[in-house]
Design a protein around this ligand. Structure first.
Ligand code: NAP
Ligand code: HSE
Length: 422
């Protein structure tokens, strides 16, 4: 089976190496041998592995128009030209394997419909959770279930950064630099740090499990760049850790989708997921809770999912296997209506009456407080750390805009959601 690969960076190199290493076993398993015929790159002057000598091109048409190539692997990243290349490849009747969550989350419906029309495979296991099998289990193994909740850690870079900050006392920028050097981060790490990468992955997963089209823009998204060592320390004192958590919940006629930093109790199954590990928990009506855990980023874990997709496409070369199943048209719940408990950190003047004024604003907005601490008193100011009971986000925002206007309040430093029991 002749394949073309578009992109020879972290993942593309892993794909080439994994095929070389395991091709004999792969051949026995699928009854066909994978041969990499051409590899598309941007810069012809970069040094490349000897394994792909004589196969490199910088022209997409060299792969598209090669009649011997029936599978194209897209591991370039970015929305364009990747989206156009995938569309052209499918239109030409070629199977496509991609690791590109940006393209799948934004254009998955159109591309899956095109693949069905052309009766070719469009497979994207590596687009969510790196090496963790999650797309096929959702589309196949758990497809007899009604799934009402999905919660997970979907970004390796931010989990690595938060783990390094929490376990090794590293600064945010030190930990980010390490993640970039190790090839975990996206080409623009803003996508990781601001939560956009996880939002794309949640959009893909939610569309599959709730059978309704969810786009990344519909996911309420906050990043980890405002999390400070103080928050990590105060969370620890409360027996909790801070993680970037993706949550999708199905309500009667709507879906709630968010990616935000969350305080998790140390005994929560996601609390011990460290470094670049990702984990996804789903709740099915028949199967109950199921958890998927593994490396969510990096060269070989991601290559593992991509090469398995190539094998799957070869096994099903005569027909498309994974179809669009977004037959529902559910509303996405407004973030203000979503109810949860919150952790807040404020810097205020350390004077009589300040706490009661703040408490008054919470009371007027129907917010009940579960914990209040005073911390880190200095220069006539103090940090107030508050944990609320469950409250609609809108009520909290209303209370905080009142509190922000008080002259005794220097700043509202952090607002973080709290998951589970307090
Ligand atoms: P990368 O290291 O930046 O590599 C990108 C490759 O694509 C490079 O070889 C680059 O060519 C080539 N390329 C980029 N734009 C191109 C264009 N317009 N025409 C031709 N070639 C082009 O990226 P990566 O980390 O491997 O990620 C690839 C994809 O996998 C992305 O969609 C990413 O989200 C996804 N993914 C990555 C990971 C991970 O851990 N890294 C995990 C899961 C999914 P040059 O070599 O000439 O620059
Ligand atoms: N940048 C992504 C992450 C790579 O850190 O999880 C995997 O999609």
């Amino acid at each position: 089976m002749q394949i073309g690969i578009m992109g020879l960076g972290t993942v593309g190199t892993g794909v080439v190496e994994l095929i070389e290493k395991n091709n004999d076993t792969i051949t026995k398993r699928i009854g066909d041998r994978i041969n990499i015929k051409k590899v598309l790159v941007q810069n012809l002057n970069k040094e490349r592995p000897t394994l792909v000598e004589g196969k490199i091109t910088d022209k997409f048409e060299d792969i598209l128009e090669d009649e011997d190539i029936s599978i194209i692997v897209e591991v370039m990243g970015g929305e364009e030209p990747a989206h156009t290349y995938i569309r052209k490849a499918l239109s030409r009747g070629k199977h496509v394997i991609t690791a590109n969550k940006e393209v799948i989350s934004k254009h998955g419906k159109e591309l899956l419909e095109l693949s069905a029309e052309k009766n070719v495979n469009l497979l994207f296991e590596a687009s969510v959770g790196g090496g963790i099998p999650i797309i096929r289990p959702m589309k196949q193994c758990l497809s007899a279930n009604e799934i009402t909740k999905i919660i997970g850690i979907l970004n390796g870079t931010t989990n690595y950064i938060l783990s390094q900050m929490s376990e090794r006392g590293k600064s945010f920028s030190e930990a980010l630099k390490e993640a970039q050097l190790k090839g975990y981060a996206e080409s623009d790490p803003t996508n990781d740090v601001k939560g956009f990468d996880a939002a794309r992955k949640l959009a893909i997963l939610s569309s599959i499990v709730f059978n309704t089209r969810i786009t990344p823009e519909q996911v309420y998204t906050e990043g980890i760049d405002s999390i400070s060592p103080a928050d990590i320390q105060y969370a620890r004192e409360m027996g909790s850790v801070i993680k970037l958590i993706a949550i999708g919940k199905k309500h009667e006629n709507s879906v709630e989708v968010s990616v935000t930093p969350v305080l998790l109790r140390e005994d929560h199954p996601l609390a011990s997921v460290a470094g670049t590990f990702n984990a996804i928990m789903v709740e099915g009506d028949a199967v109950g809770p199921v958890m998927f855990y593994g490396l969510g980023a990096g060269k070989m874990p991601t290559a593992s999912a991509v090469v398995a997709d190539i094998m799957e496409a070869i096994k099903h070369k005569n027909g498309s296997k994974i179809h669009c199943t977004c037959y529902n048209h559910l509303n996405v719940m407004d973030a203000g209506a979503a109810t949860t408990s919150f952790y807040l950190r404020l810097r205020v003047l350390d004077r009589p009456g300040v706490l009661s004024k703040i408490a008054g604003a919470f009371g007027e907005n129907q917010i009940s407080l579960s914990k209040v601490f005073q911390k880190n008193t200095m220069n006539g100011t103090a940090e107030i750390v508050i944990v609320t009971y469950d409250v609609p986000f809108q009520n909290l925002q209303d209370a905080l805009s009142e509190i922000q206007a008080y002259k005794q309040v220097a700043e509202i430093s952090t607002v973080i959601r709290v998951e589970g029991e307090r």
